[in-house]
Design a protein around this ligand. Structure first.
Ligand code: UFG
Length: 330
């Protein structure tokens, strides 16, 4: 297939681009490099540096590309920032996505895979989370992603868009050859922060909350490896049907606490990794992990990484080889 990947220079996008290329798809990446890295883009893909807000560019790219489908990753993703700067999130995650959908309708492109998030569930009444629990996000980031799920559902009905929203849990790890991985500035995520401590780049990791109603008092998340996440995207693309909106949780089904992540990182790296109990981070739900039965049953997806240690080991390989992230590549 001819596939356009927006945000294909970002963390999840770049891993999906590699998997698409491995599967012999023809890939074009559109990325403005505001958070992505040129060096993360597989050399087999064609790269266009540009912004989704540039309507002329998006129109000509879609008109010229003869694309069979689009994977849409380009978005802002920092939950905390979305609270302080909501309109930045509505502008990029909503307005730019609506424009992209308009251009897709115009160019008659009907396969769309969208990176949604477990943040659309807010604080769930129970775990594991199935797709049929009410979506009630608690921050602007989650609102913007849910709004786009609604838009896709309506477009499926109105003009035959085939869309699939993948609701990721905690995207983690790195390509197993250690050549691409996570590199955010600033870095908000637990695993890279813990590994930066192991590398001596930070003195310690703060544990945000040790009084949660969880077995060890720290927050529980579902850490899904990049390769498993990327395979979910390819299955979603392949199985797309015009006029249908589908949605799947993409998680392992296993919850891992912050303390368990730090302990696993100590075992993987052999470093002490000092951890400081600290107040809760505002907006963090206590416990989020997926029930992935729906994607396993309907798409035949199965996670290969079901244990946190190999996930951290893959990230450790990346961080050791690239202590300054993609800056080492330029
Ligand atoms: N944490 C710490 N210390 C840190 C960083 C994180 O204790 O220095 C904790 C957080 O409080 C949380 C857990 O580690 O309990 C995981 O935090 P991350 O920042 O790695 O990930 P989040 O679960 O906050 O965020 C992820 C995605 C978001 C998505 C969100 C849904 O990155 O895009 O899940 O809740 F919106």
């Amino acid at each position: 297939m001819n596939v356009l990947v927006t945000g294909g220079a970002g963390y999840v996008g770049s891993h999906c681009v590699r998997h698409l290329c491995d599967a012999a798809h023809d890939v074009v990446v559109l990325d403005n490099l505001c958070a992505g890295h040129r060096a993360a883009v597989d050399q087999r893909a064609r790269f266009i540096e540009g912004d989704l807000a540039n309507r002329t560019l998006v129109r000509s790219t879609l008109t010229d590309g003869a694309f069979d489908g689009i994977m849409h990753f380009a978005a802002h993703l920092d939950v905390g920032e979305s609270v302080s700067q909501p309109l930045k999130y509505y502008e990029n995650n909503v307005i730019n996505t609506v424009r992209l959908l308009q251009e897709m309708e115009r160019a008659d492109i009907r396969r769309f895979v969208f990176s949604s998030t477990c943040a659309t569930y807010g604080v769930p009444a129970s775990v594991p989370i199935t797709e049929d629990i009410p979506q009630s996000p608690i921050n602007p980031y989650g609102h913007t992603k849910l709004a786009m799920e609604w838009a896709m559902r309506d477009c499926a009905e109105a003009w035959g868009l085939g869309a699939c929203a993948l609701r990721y849990f905690n995207a983690s790890g790195a390509a197993e050859d250690g050549t691409i991985g996570e590199d955010h500035h600033p870095e908000p995520h637990l695993i890279p922060i813990v590994l930066q401590v192991a590398l001596g780049q930070r003195e310690n990791v703060k544990i945000f909350g040790v009084d949660y109603p969880t077995p060890d008092g720290t927050a529980v998340r579902d850490y899904i490896h990049m390769d498993d996440l990327a395979r979910a995207h390819l299955l979603a693309l392949d199985s797309q049907e015009p006029g249908t909106f589908r949605y799947y949780n993409v998680g392992t089904g296993t919850g891992t606490s912050v303390k368990e992540v730090i302990d696993a990182a100590r075992r993987v790296t052999g470093h002490e990794i000092p951890a400081i109990p600290s107040p809760r981070r505002p907006g963090d739900p206590p416990e989020l992990y997926a029930d992935p039965t729906k994607i396993m049953t309907e798409l035949g997806w199965k996670p290969k990484f079901t244990n946190i240690e190999p996930v951290i080991a893959s990230a450790w390989k990346w961080h050791q080889a690239h202590p300054n992230g993609f800056a080492d590549e330029s």
